[in-house]
Design a protein around this ligand. Structure first.
Ligand SMILES: [Zn+2]
Ligand SMILES: [Zn+2]
Length: 254
């Protein structure tokens, strides 16, 4: 499995970090976890053609996590993608209404010459081909989901935006790679988000091997996020940046 950080930033624009987007490549599947604005550009920079994209999994409906869905559906109407394989989009209930409303505003988002498969999902297993995916409810919005991937060789978990909750520990249990919200420094905690320290605490409780800190608001600039996480986590800590590639399982984290 290969995980590529497409966007390590947030809703607040900064020069070097796009909002949330992650690419998971495993078992022949090319999967986006979230597609915040800029994710499609980063996907092209990562060398993935939209023709090869199999699925998009959304953690929640905040704009910084899904605003590129419209541009994606518009791009896929280009004749170059005619007769491409079906595109699956999985997200919590509300997905069909979300896409329908977008399509009322932008009629040219409706699929042409390919099949768009929308799937409203709850907690549980939702495999993509041979790639095992488990969704768990995460404390952030009423319907936020975290995702855990298992390709039989390694595991990777994505918190999405998250506040402290036991489900995060379950999601990241013994995982090789735990990509986790660390939006604000420990001393400036904001409801609905984790800090590096609380991300570290959840990763430690879960026994994750490598913790990837991500989703940095500008308040994190100048903060030693590794030190904050490292006070509570004994595994390997990685600070996400856009286009960072992380093989899974990769280096042993403990
Ligand atoms: Zn959010
Ligand atoms: Zn966010």
């Amino acid at each position: 499995m290969l995980v590529t950080i497409l966007g390590s930033g947030t809703a607040v624009p900064v020069p070097d970090r796009f909002p949330a987007g992650y690419l998971v490549q495993a078992k022949g599947q090319q999967v986006l976890v979230d597609c915040g604005p800029g994710s499609l550009r980063r996907l092209a920079q990562a060398g993935v053609d939209l023709a090869d994209l199999d699925a998009v999994l959304l953690t929640h409906y905040h704009t910084d996590h899904c605003a590129d869905l419209g541009p994606l559906l518009f791009a896929l109407r280009n004749p170059r993608y005619a007769d491409r394989k079906p595109l699956r989009v999985l997200a919590a209930p509300g997905l069909e209404r979300f896409v329908r409303t977008l399509t009322e505003v932008w009629p040219w988002l409706s699929p042409r010459d390919y099949e768009l498969q929308l799937q409203e999902i709850g907690p549980g297993r939702h495999d993509l081909g041979d790639l095992e995916v488990t969704a768990l409810p995460i404390r952030h919005t009423a319907q936020s989901l975290g995702y855990r991937f298992d390709d039989g060789i390694g595991t990777a978990a994505f918190s999405g935006d998250a506040d402290a909750c036991d489900e995060l520990v379950l999601l990241a249990r013994d995982t090789d790679l735990f990509v986790c919200d660390a939006a604000f420094p420990d001393e400036q905690r904001v409801d609905g988000h984790l800090t590096p320290g609380s991300a570290g605490e959840h990763a430690e409780r879960a026994g994750a091997r490598t913790l990837v800190l991500t989703h940095f608001y500008p308040e994190c600039d100048g903060t030693d996020v590794v030190a904050q996480a490292g006070r509570r986590f004994g595994g390997r800590i990685v600070v996400a940046h856009d286009l960072l590639r992380l093989p899974v399982p990769g280096l042993p984290g403990r």
